[in-house]
Design a protein around this ligand. Structure first.
Ligand code: IMP
Length: 193
């Protein structure tokens, strides 16, 4: 059964393919030759995931899903949140985003934070939402070279290493994204009809 992932990120699609039941074939926008960059204009992660999934559902009527992830820092009132990818202004500049985050936290004692992933799934014309979170602490300088985004400054609760020091398999087992996709995979397994 085909399931469209409203993303151009093939790497993410390969990871998700490993998590869902074998009966599902994950197709990306690139596979469908849809080149549109869907504007993420929502004020929340769920709104952005919904915009992306609805775009494909309305255009093609297929079963489809989209995800959106953000880092929410307690002492910064939930920032960068929905703006995580473009916190420093330039889209997906991880270095600049981390520098801005560490600067903004430099005078704060509370360094608690969490990653949240929200998935919107259109399944048989109904919409379903799945969420996963990973709680942890922002450290004072970058450690580790694995992963991406804010991984080098994020130490998950129960660990004394950053996400950027973990191998991908361990990260996927505990991560916000891994947990959200596990919930979607369980739903698909129960409802594949
Ligand atoms: P996206 O919604 O998956 O594209 O994530 C938005 C932004 O959140 C990314 O550009 C990263 O800055 C950050 N982010 C998302 N997931 C992770 C993660 O697993 N580790 C570190 N940063 C992440």
């Amino acid at each position: 059964m085909r399931l469209v992932f409203a993303t151009h990120n093939t790497h993410k699609a390969i990871e998700v393919q490993k998590m869902v039941p074998d009966a599902f074939e994950i197709i990306t926008l690139t596979d469908l030759n849809i080149l549109d960059e869907i504007p993420e204009t929502g004020q929340t992660l769920q709104a952005n995931a919904l915009i992306k999934a609805r775009f494909i559902h309305q255009k093609l009527g297929y079963n489809c899903f989209a995800d959106d992830t953000g880092l929410e820092v307690e002492a910064l009132n939930g920032e960068p949140g929905v703006y995580s990818a473009r916190y420093a202004g330039i889209a997906k500049n991880n270095e600049a985003n981390i520098t801005k985050l560490l600067n903004n936290l430099s005078t704060k004692e509370n360094r608690r934070a969490r990653f949240v992933t929200c998935i919107c799934l259109f399944w048989l014309d109904e919409m379903f939402v799945f969420e996963g979170e990973l709680k942890g602490t922002i450290i004072h300088e970058k450690i580790g070279t694995n992963g991406f985004g804010y991984d080098p400054v994020f130490v998950p609760d129960g660990y004394d290493i950053t996400l950027a020091q973990m191998d991908l398999m361990t990260k996927n087992l505990i991560s916000h994204r891994g947990k959200a996709f596990k919930k979607m995979a369980e739903f698909l397994l129960e409802n594949k009809g």
